[in-house]
Write a protein that binds this ligand. Structure first.
Ligand code: XMP
Length: 352
């Protein structure tokens, strides 16, 4: 079996238990065992790229479709797919309203420079209406996953008539899935495609044999800019994973502004990940001599290799001080900024 293009008809999709996040694998347990990891030290990067481009080109007849978030995996898959198929690859960036400041346009501009057209789909309304009133973390993640696959991407796939879906699943995703299987599902079901009526959809996952460090090397060799192939991780549910309580447009905007400050100030730290979290509870503050019952932002900055464990970075106090000053000045309503000093475990990297 080629690890590249498993058939979807008899396959399984599994749920990551913490995230309520469907990892979209098309492999039954036998096939999973057939995926052979390519370790970074064994990666013949040019050969790998050549093989994957050939495999995609010989598998796809007609049109293939993929979504780009601007993360490392989806960016590398977009590059491979474009090199294999040119205009026959249709790439969409789904703007869920939960991305960082200026992110959708920035990502599209980067790919435009590389000669790859990406269409932005404005799906803010769909996502915010699905998130309305939801405060439970798992329910939030489920609402985002279901809106993405069923309401937005599923419609695009059906309308496009594409029978091939390209996806950036990597080896670690597969391992995590095997470790935490909770429920089996079919990706086409998730996309709202009736498998009884429609046959022949294929999922193409060129990165399943690689871990993130190797995916970064492939991205670099393919000519992606460093700010893409070297990006710190960012969660699928985006800023909704950083709002405790309801993720409505106003609260997302607050955490978006705080995130901008944190990313600007901590970009040079070489930390694994750094983020801002908006708390649900307000606290008493004082502004211009008057009581101000306001918002709390928590900052986290992590040292980690694989996100399985982590320690807070020992940031110099001068940086913490600057973060507190900038956030209380630049993000309206914030009266308190804290720094998380807990390790993972028992903390997790994200707050939701
Ligand atoms: P946690 O919070 O579980 O995060 O310690 C570990 C790593 O995974 C990222 N993360 C996610 N990524 N969907 C994703 O695509 C998610 O729901 C999700 N939750 C956490 C997190 O940013 C960290 O790198």
């Amino acid at each position: 079996m080629s690890p590249l293009a498993p058939q979807c008809s008899s396959n399984e999709t599994m749920l990551d238990p913490r995230r309520g996040f469907l990892l979209l694998f098309c492999y039954n347990s036998l096939n999973i065992m057939a995926i052979k990891e390519i370790k970074t030290r064994d990666l013949q990067v040019k050969q790998f790229i050549k093989e994957k481009i050939n495999e995609i080109a010989s598998t796809v007849d007609g049109v293939a479709i993929n979504t780009l978030s601007g993360g490392v995996d989806s960016s590398v898959v977009t590059m491979l797919g474009h090199k294999a198929l040119g205009k026959r690859l249709k790439t969409y960036l789904i703007d869920n309203g939960l991305m960082r400041q200026g992110e959708p346009k920035r990502v599209v501009a980067i790919f435009k420079k590389l000669g790859i057209p990406v269409k932005i789909v404005d799906a803010k309304k769909e996502f915010f209406s699905a998130l309305k009133g939801i405060t439970d973390p798992e329910e939030k993640r489920k609402a985002i996953t279901s809106t993405f696959y069923k309401d937005v991407f599923g419609k695009i796939v059906r309308k496009s008539k594409a029978k091939y879906l390209l996806q950036g699943t990597n080896y670690t995703d597969i391992e995590e899935t095997i470790a935490g299987v909770k429920r089996q599902h079919n990706i086409l079901d998730q996309l709202g495609i009736d498998t009884k009526k429609e046959y022949g959809y294929k999922l193409i996952e060129p990165l399943v044999q690689l871990r993130k460090s190797s995916v970064r090397i492939v991205g670099k060799t393919l000519g992606l800019p460093k700010n893409i192939y070297n990006r710190p991780p960012f969660p699928g549910p985006a800023l909704a994973a950083r709002v405790i309580g309801e993720a409505n447009p106003e609260r997302i905007e607050i955490v978006r502004k705080a995130t901008k400050v944190v990313e600007e100030e901590l970009a040079n730290t070489d930390a694994f990940q750094y983020l801002a979290i908006l708390h649900e509870n307000k606290v008493t503050g004082v502004r211009n001599g008057k009581r101000d019952f306001g918002l709390q932002i928590e900052i986290r900055c992590w040292e980690s290799k694989d996100a399985q464990t982590g320690s807070p970075t020992r940031l110099p106090y001068s940086i913490l001080d600057k973060l507190a000053k900038r956030i209380t000045q630049e993000v309206k309503g914030v009266v308190s900024v804290t720094y998380n000093i807990t390790k993972k475990p028992p903390s997790t990297i994200e707050a939701v």
